[in-house]
Write a protein that binds this ligand. Structure first.
Ligand code: NAP
Length: 251
């Protein structure tokens, strides 16, 4: 059960992986754009803290803990939000994990887990979101992929498969729901400074920054700006697109 709605006149936006990193930046940005933001991740504490921060800044948000590796829980979460708020306008599928390893040593479990959290959960969330969005004749599905899904990366066969899968699936969703006022787009980040990339170590990140044409790593806000645009009224004629936000790495 999600908490009772607080701002049903506002557009309602679900952001997964909102407890930290890129998702936190996206949620903060969508709240300042005027959305009631539903914050989703497994850890309740950071979600509650972010909801309090957004409310203190005059925005509207609530925390809805959910483990996206559980498909039934994903469906229940999305349907619960739509029913509690009487609407669902924006779905940002941002949560993701890595289980890196060179292919010859990658276990079936590590492949399946990454596909389950990074791709299957997005299919389930988009499927559940489609009906309430069609009812409202407005919808913005925004799925966070990666440049790895476009160009591959050694040690990330599982992650690259999921991130490339997001692109094909989103283009299909775009075609299936375009006539209903529902758009679906992908944002593909490059190297963004978060806990996920921190694990690579500072030497790797410094090297990466040198190879990026804009000569810096990205920040969560760089991705949040792109999502904010795709979620906006003004992006209504943009669907099935991949917006790469990577400082020029893939161009
Ligand atoms: P992060 O700092 O590791 O954050 C991941 C988020 O996903 C957390 O909020 C985490 O919260 C949530 N999450 C993980 N597993 C979950 C599950 N089973 N159920 C619900 N929530 C779950 O990652 P990030 O760097 O911000 O990345 C965000 C997205 O951008 C990911 O899809 C990632 O693949 C993509 N991306 C990142 C980069 C980059 O350079 N950072 C580049 C390209 C693409 P809990 O742990 O509390 O569940």
């Amino acid at each position: 059960m999600t908490p009772p709605a607080e701002a049903t006149d506002s557009r309602v936006a679900i952001v997964t992986g909102a407890s930290r990193g890129i998702g936190r930046s996206i949620a903060t940005r969508l709240a300042s754009d005027g959305h009631h933001v539903v914050l989703v991740a497994r850890s309740a504490g950071p979600l509650e803290e972010l909801a309090a921060e957004i409310k203190a800044a005059g925005g509207a948000a609530c925390a809805v803990p959910c483990d996206l590796s559980d498909g039934d829980a994903v469906t229940a979460m999305v349907e619960g939000v739509a029913s509690d708020h009487g609407r669902l306008d924006v779905l940002v599928n941002n949560a993701g994990i890595t289980r890196d390893g060179l292919m010859l040593r990658m276990s079936d479990e590590d492949f399946d887990e990454v596909l389950n959290v990074n791709l299957r959960s997005i299919f389930i969330a988009c499927r559940a979101a489609a009906r309430p969005m069609m009812r409202g004749r407005f919808g913005r599905m925004i799925n966070i992929s990666s440049v790895t899904g476009l160009i591959g990366n050694p040690g990330q066969a599982n992650y690259a498969a999921a991130k490339a899968g997001i692109i094909g699936m989103t283009k299909t969703i775009a075609k299936e729901f375009a006539s209903k006022g529902v758009t679906a787009n992908v944002v593909a980040p490059g190297f963004i400074e978060t806990e996920m990339t921190e694990a690579l170590g500072s030497a790797v990140l410094e090297e990466a920054a040198k190879r990026i044409p804009l000569k810096r790593l990205g920040q969560g806000d760089d991705i949040a700006h792109a999502v904010s645009y795709l979620a906006s009224e003004g992006a209504g004629y943009v669907t099935g697109q991949v917006l790469t936000v990577d400082g020029g790495m893939v161009c």
